[in-house]
Design a protein around this ligand. Structure first.
Ligand SMILES: Cc1cc2nc3c(=O)[nH]c(=O)nc-3n(C[C@H](O)[C@H](O)[C@H](O)COP(=O)(O)OP(=O)(O)OC[C@H]3O[C@@H](n4cnc5c(N)ncnc54)[C@H](O)[C@@H]3O)c2cc1C
Length: 378
């Protein structure tokens, strides 16, 4: 068992940490207020290789695996959940192409995203289904060497940035779900105005409308009718991103709580001298340390584990734990701030809003627990 980071991992963690402190932290409040991430941030992420960390260099990635991805994303998500979720969703879309795409698809779609010129998306949620994607209503109708896609996808991160989007739709002929790589803003593709969401603001969340979108057969991702297993395997990898964003929130909550308890004075003494505050700080340290190590381990498992079903169970377990843990950590940090924690002027109020996200997306926490239990009791 090895708990120390390699030289390369330390370097990626450092690059991401310095980037986040220099470029993201100073504007994190503005990103939250205005619900926009400046384009330069996306471009710089690409220049630094932070949009393709897990993927091979031949496809524009850094070739550093999911372990390094976790280390880097934690540092960025700690400063801005909106930027973290944007990276996580793009990596989820690229991860699907990386795992199931043909050589041609990888060469075409991965490098521009890794360079920060585009962002990828992954679309399974619809107005009628989120946790249960077997109910997908969007359709794919075969028409010669093309498929015609129709339907609405709900809550799609990065859906209004140029780049590839993975669309899951029901193939009307084989009555099964297939996955397609679609170029966003091709004919028939449109997106709503961004949702005004509570958490991870800045990351653009839109509904996507598919109106007779013509997709060439060569853009089928994986086998025809095999969309559901592709969805499950890809989203298991996607949970690394969501879990890591929750880890970033937990770290932010811990750091803000420590800082405030040292600064806030009662009778000229910092509140850190109160035993009640000390107990809360210890709870936060426990929450961060447990979250950190199971999340780093998930990155390791993604790089090394062969059994996809087992990995899906591990990813569900970690996401469920980290999502709920982040909410608890943010709550403790808020309590340490007293009434000040409820004021928008204090970072902890933003951390509290952001923390709720992890347990609500990519299948809510209860659904993750059902996956875990189903795997254990099978
Ligand atoms: C910021 C953000 C980003 C997102 N990004 C994306 C994206 O990029 N791509 C994408 O496709 N989606 C995205 N989503 C959507 C998100 O993944 C789904 O909304 C989520 O999976 C939950 O689905 P739902 O909202 O339809 O909830 P529902 O499935 O309607 O669940 C509602 C409640 O019912 C419970 N429930 C549902 N089914 C069962 C069951 N069988 N047994 C027991 N309880 C059940 C759930 O636990 C939950 O409490 C995003 C959402 C947000 C907020």
């Amino acid at each position: 068992m090895e708990f120390s980071l390699s030289k390369e991992q330390k370097l990626i963690q450092k690059i991401a940490g310095e980037f986040a402190q220099k470029y993201v932290e100073p504007i994190a409040e503005k990103i939250d207020k205005e619900n926009i991430i400046p384009e330069e941030i996306i471009n710089t992420l690409g220049e630094l290789g932070l949009l393709g960390i897990p993927f091979a260099e031949e496809y524009g990635g850094s070739g550093a695996g999911y372990q390094s991805y976790v280390l880097a994303l934690e540092q960025i998500a700690k400063c801005s959940a909106g930027v973290g979720v944007t990276i996580g969703a793009s990596t989820l879309g690229l991860g699907a192409i990386d795992k199931f795409g043909t050589e041609e698809q990888k060469q075409k779609y991965m490098p521009p995203v890794c360079r920060g010129e585009q962002l990828a998306s992954f679309a399974f949620t619809e107005p009628g289904t989120g946790s249960d994607p077997k109910q997908i209503q969007s359709t794919a109708q075969k028409d010669g060497e093309h498929y015609i896609l129709n339907g609405t996808k709900r809550f799609i991160t990065n859906g209004s940035y140029h780049g590839p989007i993975i669309i899951f739709a029901r193939d009307t002929e084989v009555n099964n779900i297939s996955a397609f790589i679609v170029d966003k803003f091709c004919e028939g593709y449109s997106a709503s105005e961004p949702w005004k969401k509570l958490s991870a603001r800045g990351g653009k969340l839109v509904d996507v409308y598919l109106d007779n979108v013509r997709v060439p057969e060569k853009n089928l991702l994986g086998e025809r009718g095999q969309g559901f297993p592709i969805l499950l395997a890809s989203i298991a990898l996607g949970k690394i991103g969501t879990s890591t964003c929750a880890l970033g929130d937990t770290l932010a909550a811990f750091e803000e709580a420590v800082k405030y308890s040292r600064e806030k004075l009662h009778r000229e003494q910092p509140i850190a001298r109160f035993q009640a505050i000390q107990l809360k700080i210890a709870d936060l340290a426990i929450k961060y340390e447990t979250a950190r190590w199971i999340c780093y381990r998930l990155g390791y498992l993604a790089d090394t584990m062969k059994d996809k079903t087992q990995f899906a169970k591990e990813a569900a377990l970690v996401k469920s734990y980290l999502g709920d843990n982040a909410v608890q950590a943010a709550r403790i940090a808020l309590e340490i701030h007293g009434s000040y924690g409820l004021m928008e002027d204090y970072k902890v109020s933003r951390i509290y809003k952001d923390a709720i996200l992890g347990s609500q997306i990519e299948g809510v926490s209860d659904m993750q627990k059902l996956i875990v239990a189903g795997n254990i009791l099978k």
